[in-house]
Design a protein around this ligand. Structure first.
Ligand code: ADP
Length: 490
């Protein structure tokens, strides 16, 4: 099968969060299973160019409609750790992708609507007729709309579209201008509750809604999140749309790329280990302490890795730091936020805890340090308010690091409580709490710390139980192929 992924992120070259890991990991799995996969991305100036092999311009004369003019674009091709990637580079005064950031400009809807149109124009002009176009999140929500309303009539009749929702917090709610920008000129037609009109604001266009309405199949990144966004307020207004389209909607749990995240082969950690020799893991704990100037002591090391965002439970992350330090643990945090206020709050906290030999807060982004933390920590906290899938708990488990998580979305689908899960002991792999508040978090963290100190052999079982789960792309890869087959038959 020929599959084209169109996305705003792909690990490790353009990564903000889990979306990037999914685009790379799923593409790799689909290729391993014998499919031809290409990925189309914007050519950001801030990409990790050192991870692109053989980058070269392959298409010089791509002209993309933009309002009533045409914008000249070049298309580059390169391999990203074996994946075939095309990068679209528009040349015009707005410099859409030369701003030193992936997201966060006021004109983000403008930038990614243009990218969606450019990706289709590129496919048309280069005669690509994939069986499947797989696009992701609001940034590429217009792809199925443009395909169905414009490009189908220009001859692109073959592709079917699978659209994956990674997070309903960001939907690309924007103004009517986006229609004129992308050549969807009949505003009355698109401003319809059954098409692109936002469900709350009748004067706004919702790009994610467009993606849902026009795609042949819609997935989200875990079965629990699929339920939550259909039936609870977590959908930020798209619940009814998902309900209307429920026959083409389902949850597929994300996988983790075990080529990248594997303690047995990881090149970023000093001591490789597996479930059979898990004691070797403690060499990494020592190395982590050494690197972050923490004292070597008989204490569990609790970690947090991730964006510092209200979704992730910033207040509970902060509380986890103090609770852990107050209950005989060390704490390491690696994270950052695009929100200036949250960032400076944690920088202030870092300053406050600077001399504490049991705590290190690293405010920033470091792929390589993340590997060492996953390998060196005993526990990882993920106290999210909501979590579509969550990759950190899955990666942590692969490294024998016990997750302490709130029961929501993908966390609920993948972490099973050591004391209360409705599963045999060998299938339990972490600690889970329900209420999004301090007592909730404490109830789980307290049990985890107690187990580490009082029943180390049981704690070790939990560690290896987690390592034995297969959260690779193996299962999800099969599910996605079934979905592709299903929509191709229609
Ligand atoms: P989200 O997509 O909501 O950000 P996920 O848990 O799905 O959260 O994915 C987060 C991914 O980003 C993981 O691979 C995690 O290791 C990585 N990550 C997040 N923050 C950082 C950071 N500051 N440094 C390194 N890696 C990070």
């Amino acid at each position: 099968m020929f599959i084209v992924m169109i996305a705003s992120e792909c690990a490790p070259v353009a990564k903000v969060g889990g979306l990037a890991d999914v685009v790379f990991g799923l593409s790799r799995e689909l290729e391993i299973r014998g499919n031809d996969v290409e990925i189309i991305l914007p050519k950001y100036d801030c990409m990790r160019y050192d991870h692109i092999y053989g980058l070269q311009q392959v298409f010089n004369d791509l002209w993309v409609p933009y309002y009533d003019r045409w914008v000249h674009c070049s298309v580059f091709f390169g391999f990203v750790h074996g994946r075939k990637c095309f990068f679209i580079d528009p040349h015009f005064e707005k410099d859409f992708f030369n701003r030193g950031i992936f997201y966060g400009s006021d004109d983000d809807p403008d930038r990614f609507a243009f990218f969606s149109r450019a990706a289709l124009e590129f496919m048309l002009k280069s005669d690509k007729q994939p069986d499947i176009i797989h696009c992701h999140d609001w940034q590429t929500g217009l792809v199925p709309v443009l395909l169905y309303e414009i490009y189908k009539h220009l001859g692109m009749t073959r592709p079917r579209v699978c659209y994956t929702l990674h997070n309903l917090k960001h939907q690309g709610i924007t103004g009517e201008y986006i229609l004129h920008e992308t050549g969807l000129n009949r505003a009355d037609y698109y401003f319809d509750y059954n098409r692109l009109q936002d469900n709350f604001n009748p004067f706004a266009i919702n790009l994610m809604k467009g993606g849902i309405v026009y795609s042949n199949f819609v997935t989200t990144v875990s079965p629990r999140y699929a339920d939550e966004i259909k039936y609870s307020s977590q959908n930020n207004g798209l619940g009814h749309t998902l309900y209307i389209h429920e026959n083409k909607f389902g949850g597929v749990l994300n996988g983790v790329d075990y080529d990248v995240w594997n303690p047995e082969t990881d090149v970023h950690i000093p001591y490789n280990y597996g479930a059979g020799n898990i004691h070797v893991k403690y060499g990494n704990k020592e190395a982590l302490r050494h690197r972050l100037l923490l004292r070597q002591d008989y204490k569990p090391l609790v970690a947090y890795i991730g964006r510092l965002d209200s979704q992730k439970g910033v207040e509970l992350i902060r509380h986890a730091i103090f609770y852990s330090l107050g209950h005989g643990c060390q704490f390491v945090l690696l994270g950052s936020s695009p929100d200036h206020e949250i960032n400076s709050h944690f920088l202030h906290l870092k300053h406050h805890l600077n001399d504490n030999p049991d705590c290190h807060l690293e405010i920033g982004y470091s792929e390589e340090l993340a590997h060492l933390i996953y390998a060196g920590a005993d526990m990882i906290v993920v106290p999210s308010l909501f979590e579509p899938c969550g990759l950190t708990q899955l990666i942590a488990m692969k490294y024998g690091t016990v997750p302490v998580v709130r029961e929501t979305g993908g966390l609920a689908d993948t972490v099973f409580d050591a004391d209360f899960a409705d599963k045999p002991y060998h299938a339990r792999n972490g600690y889970v709490f329900q209420t999004f508040d301090r007592p909730g978090l404490e109830s789980a963290l307290h049990r985890a710390i107690g187990m580490w100190y009082s029943y180390p052999e049981h704690f070790r079982e939990l560690m290896t139980n987690g390592m034995h789960y297969d959260y690779s792309w193996n299962h999800p890869g099969g599910h996605y192929l079934n979905i592709y087959d299903h929509i191709r038959e229609k």
